[in-house]
Design a protein around this ligand. Structure first.
Ligand SMILES: Nc1ncnc2c1ncn2[C@@H]1O[C@H](COP(=O)(O)OP(=O)(O)OP(=O)(O)O)[C@@H](O)[C@H]1O
Ligand SMILES: Nc1ccn([C@H]2C[C@H](O)[C@@H](COP(=O)(O)O)O2)c(=O)n1
Length: 506
C-alpha cells in the first residue's frame, strides 16, 4: 500500500480533459477570420480558392494511397469487394475537383452574380464539398471496417470450390483497365489445362469403347473370349490401382490444405502475397486431383457398364430358368423360344452332349449325373460361354443353371453377366417324380434312386440360389403344377416385355 501511495505521489495529478492546443488555435483563427480579413476583403475569394486547390492536391495523394490499398484487397482475391472500394475511393477527389471548378467559375463570373456575395457562394460551395467528401470517406472507412471483420473466403477460393465453373465468371470481373489479375490468369490457365486433360480422357475412353463395339459391317470384333476377358480384367485392375493412387494423393493434398487453412486469416491480415499464392496453388492442385479422381470414377463406371452383360462384343439378356427336376423347365423353354425368340441353353443338355462327344471330362460328368451331383462350375460355365458366343442371338434362356451358390458366383465373376430375372417353376416332389418316371427319354438319371438324390440336391443346393435372387427381387415364380398350356399363359405374361416388335410395312 505504501508503495502504491509513493507511486501515486511521483505522478502529476490527473488533468481534466481539455481540447488539444492545435484545435483551439484553429478554432480561434476560424472565429476571428471575418475580422482578420476585414482590412483585406479582396483576399477572401483567392484564399478560399487556393486552399481548395491544396485540398484537391492532398485528396489526389490520398486517392493514390487508397487505390494501392484496394489493389491489395483485390490481390487477396476479394474481387467484388475491391470493385466497390475502388469506386468509393475515387469519389472524394471527384467531388473536390468539381467544386474547385465551380469556385473558379464563380470568381470568373463575379461581375454577373448579384443575388449573393461571392464570398458567401464560395463558402457554401466549400461546406457542401467538405460534407460530400467527408461522407464518402466515412463510407470508405466503414467498408474497410467491414472488410477487416470479414470471415468469408476470397471470391477466387469460392470459385475454386465449384469444380466445373465456366471461366467466363472471372472474365466478367475484368477491371476498368481490361486486365485480369494474376490469380484470374492462373485460374483461367488451370481451367484450360483441365479441359485439355478431360478431352484426352474422352479420347482414351472412346478408344477403349471401340474395342467392345461392333464394327460397321455388323460383325463382332475378332477377339477370342479368353483374350477379351483377360484384357478387360487387366484394364480394370490397372484402373483400380490408378484410382487408389489418386485417392491417397487426394488425402495427402487434403491434409496439406487443412494445415494451410488456419493460416488464411493471418495471410489476409498480413497481406502476404507469397503465402496467398502458395495457398491458392495448393487449392488448385487439390482441385486437379479431385477432378482426376472423379474422371477416373466415371471412366471406371463406364468401363464396368460396357463390360457388364457383354459377351464377344454384344450386349446380352440372360434369364435363368430354375425349378426342381421334372418341374417342366425344358417344356416351357421350348414355348418361350417359339414365341419370344430366345435361345434355349440347357446346362443338363450341354453336359450330356459333352459326354457323348467323348471328351476327357465325359466320364467324370456321367458319373456325377448318375449320382445326382452337380458338375464343377468351370466345366459347365465353359460350355455355356462357348454356346452363347456361337449363337448370333442376344437373348438366352439358361435352363438348369446355376444349380448351386458356387455355380452362381463363378458365372457372375467369369462372365460379368447378371440375369435380367430368374424364372422359377414351383412344383411338388410327388408331381415331379410322377412326370420324371413317365418321361421315357432314356436318361440315365430318370430312375427312382437318382431322382431322390436329385430332389435332395435341389433342396440343399439350388433353393438357396433362388432365395439369393429373391432377396434381389429378381425371382418370378410360376405355379408349375398346372397343365402345360396354363403354365405357359403365366409365362407369357412375364415375357410380354420381350415380345418381338411388330413392324408395319406400308
Ligand atoms: N405342366 C405339366 N404338366 C404335366 N406334365 C408336364 C408339365 N410340364 C412338363 N411335363 C412333362 O414332364 C416331363 C418333364 O418335363 P421337362 O423335361 O420339361 O422338365 P425339366 O424341369 O426340364 O426336367 P429336368 O430338370 O430333369 O431336365 C416331360 O415328360 C413333360 O412332358
Ligand atoms: N448346372 C448344372 C446343371 C446340371 N447338372 C447335371 C446334374 C443334373 O442332375 C444333370 C441333369 O440336369 P437337368 O437336365 O436336370 O437340368 O446335369 C450340373 O451338374 N450342373
Amino acid at each position: 500500500m505504501a508503495h502504491e501511495r509513493g507511486g501515486a505521489a511521483r505522478h502529476p495529478p490527473l488533468r481534466r480533459h481539455q481540447p488539444p492546443r492545435r484545435t483551439r488555435c484553429l478554432a480561434s483563427v476560424a472565429i476571428s477570420a471575418p475580422w482578420i480579413f476585414l482590412f483585406a476583403p479582396d483576399m477572401i475569394s483567392p484564399l478560399l480558392c487556393s486552399s481548395n486547390v491544396i485540398l484537391l492536391v492532398l485528396t489526389g495523394i490520398f486517392q493514390q494511397y487508397w487505390v494501392h490499398q484496394v489493389r491489395k484487397v483485390r490481390l487477396q482475391g476479394y474481387y467484388v469487394f475491391s470493385q466497390k472500394l475502388k469506386h468509393i475511393a475515387r469519389l472524394p477527389f471527384a467531388t473536390i475537383a468539381s467544386r474547385t471548378a465551380l469556385m473558379l467559375l464563380i470568381m470568373v463570373c463575379q461581375p454577373l452574380v448579384h443575388i449573393l456575395s461571392v464570398s458567401l457562394l464560395l463558402r457554401i460551395a466549400i461546406v457542401v464539398e467538405v460534407t460530400c467528401a467527408g461522407c464518402f470517406m466515412g463510407l470508405y472507412i466503414w467498408h474497410i471496417h467491414r472488410y477487416n471483420s470479414l470471415d468469408g473466403q476470397p471470391d477466387i477460393l469460392r470459385s475454386l470450390y465449384s469444380a466445373l465453373q465456366p471461366s467466363n465468371t472471372f472474365e466478367d470481373q475484368r477491371y476498368y483497365d481490361a486486365r485480369l489479375s494474376e490469380q484470374q490468369m492462373a485460374l483461367l490457365q488451370y481451367q484450360r489445362e483441365n479441359i485439355h486433360y478431360l478431352s484426352e480422357e474422352v479420347l482414351r475412353l472412346q478408344e477403349c469403347l471401340s474395342k467392345y463395339q461392333r464394327t460397321d459391317a455388323g460383325t463382332t470384333p475378332q477377339v477370342d473370349l479368353a483374350h477379351l476377358l483377360a484384357s478387360r480384367d487387366q484394364e480394370l485392375r490397372a484402373l483400380t490401382a490408378e484410382m487408389n493412387q489418386v485417392h491417397s494423393e487426394l488425402q495427402l493434398a487434403r491434409g496439406l490444405i487443412d494445415e494451410k487453412d488456419s493460416e488464411i486469416q493471418h495471410i489476409r491480415v498480413s497481406n502476404n502475397q507469397d503465402n496467398f499464392e502458395l495457398w491458392a496453388q495448393l487449392w488448385m492442385l487439390q482441385q486437379l486431383w479431385l477432378r482426376r479422381y472423379f474422371a477416373l470414377l466415371i471412366y471406371l463406371k463406364l468401363i464396368i457398364e460396357v463390360a457388364e452383360n457383354t459377351l464377344g462384343g454384344k450386349k446380352v439378356t440372360v434369364v435363368f430358368v430354375l425349378g426342381g427336376p421334372g418341374s417342366g423347365k425344358g417344356t416351357q423353354c421350348a414355348n418361350i423360344v417359339e414365341h419370344f425368340g430366345f435361345t434355349h441353353l440347357s446346362a443338363g443338355d450341354l453336359l450330356r452332349a459333352e459326354i457323348k462327344s467323348g471328351s476327357e471330362n465325359g466320364t467324370m460328368i456321367e458319373n456325377m449325373i448318375k449320382e445326382g451331383k452337380i458338375v464343377p462350375s468351370e466345366v459347365t460355365i465353359k460350355l455355356l460361354q462357348e454356346a452363347m458366343i456361337k449363337k448370333e442371338n442376344d437373348k438366352f434362356l439358361i435352363d438348369g443353371f446355376p444349380r448351386n451358390e458356387e455355380n452362381r458366383a463363378a458365372f457372375e465373376n467369369v462372365t460379368k453377366i447378371s440375369p435380367a430375372f430368374v424364372l422359377f417353376f414351383d412344383c411338388s416332389e410327388e408331381e415331379m417324380e410322377r412326370r420324371l418316371l413317365g418321361r421315357n427319354q432314356g436318361r440315365v438319371d430318370d430312375n427312382i434312386e437318382t431322382i431322390k438324390k436329385r430332389f435332395k440336391t435341389f433342396v440343399e443346393s439350388s433353393l438357396p440360389v433362388i432365395e439369393y435372387y429373391n432377396s434381389k427381387d429378381k425371382v418370378k415364380k410360376i405355379d408349375a403344377a398346372k397343365p402345360i398350356p396354363e403354365v405357359f399363359e403365366d409365362v407369357k405374361t412375364i415375357f410380354a416385355p420381350y415380345a418381338p416388335k411388330v413392324v408395319f410395312h406400308i
